[in-house]
Design a protein around this ligand. Structure first.
Ligand code: HEC
Length: 211
């Protein structure tokens, strides 16, 4: 074999090695992309499953009963589907009690739409559970959400004010971490509704009208 053909042979070998390496690295980068796609599809599927489970739990655990504004009909209140879970509607104004109602301490009172309540603890208003950052739970982390419902303390803060009746946090606190996580994920997927629900009013500050 002469010098020239030997050089040619080496060149061919080197080139084909380069071609093989290039092909491999291309295949592996394609592979990576497929994997990335797979992971985001799986994540989306997992999130969709959490949202669906959260929606189911919120429905059967009766959160709408108190937290969704309603439209009154002759047959009773129905959910206002345009603003689900946005809490006591602020445009209703702070409710007052007639002096007769205020005097009657045997009953707990509630507004027709079941979003405002008065009893020995004062007056309380169902919170806005939509992801609005200023007035809802938009700024709450999942941890804060779970801690609030486990401890019955506002924003889950130790020494914080108690979450008022009739919020049934003791019962809700029995949900598993997974369930509470699904409920949180569902609530955070709702349309954000700006509705600043008033803070609870102490008993002696409830406005009482003459009649
Ligand atoms: C019987 C009525 C009622 C039901 C049912 C109810 N809530 Fe509430 N919830 C309230 C009231 C009233 C408040 C406001 C309490 C306060 O201001 O301290 C509240 C407050 C909250 C808060 C805010 C607590 C805070 O720290 O500000 C969260 C979160 C919450 N509820 C979640 C839920 C979820 C989730 C469900 C269903 C699993 C649910 N609630 C069912 C009445 C209810």
């Amino acid at each position: 074999m002469n010098m020239k053909s030997k050089t040619l042979q080496i060149t061919v070998v080197v080139l084909s090695v380069i071609a093989v390496i290039a092909a491999c690295s291309e295949a592996s980068s394609n592979d990576k992309e497929t994997k990335k796609d797979d992971i985001s599809t799986i994540r989306k599927k997992e999130k969709d499953e959490l949202i669906a489970r959260g929606k189911y739990l919120v429905t059967i655990a009766l959160c709408h009963d108190c937290h969704s504004p309603k439209i009154m009909t002759a047959q009773g209140p129905i959910l206002d589907s345009s603003r689900l879970l946005s809490g006591f509607p602020v445009e209703n104004g702070i409710p007052t009690l007639s002096s007769a109602l205020a005097k009657d301490q045997n009953w707990v009172k509630m507004s027709q739409d079941v979003t405002a309540f008065a009893g020995p603890w004062g007056m309380s208003f169902a919170a806005n559970l939509t992801p609005d950052e200023a007035t809802g739970i938009g700024n709450w982390t999942e941890q804060v959400f779970i801690k609030t419902l486990r401890t019955g303390k506002h924003l889950g803060q130790e020494g914080g004010r108690p979450v008022m009746p009739p919020m049934p946090w003791e019962m809700v606190s029995k949900m598993t971490d997974e369930d509470l996580s699904s409920v949180y994920t569902y609530l955070m997927s709702l349309p954000a509704i700006n509705n600043r629900v008033p803070a609870p009013i102490p008993p002696n500050e409830i406005k009482i009208t003459k009649q």
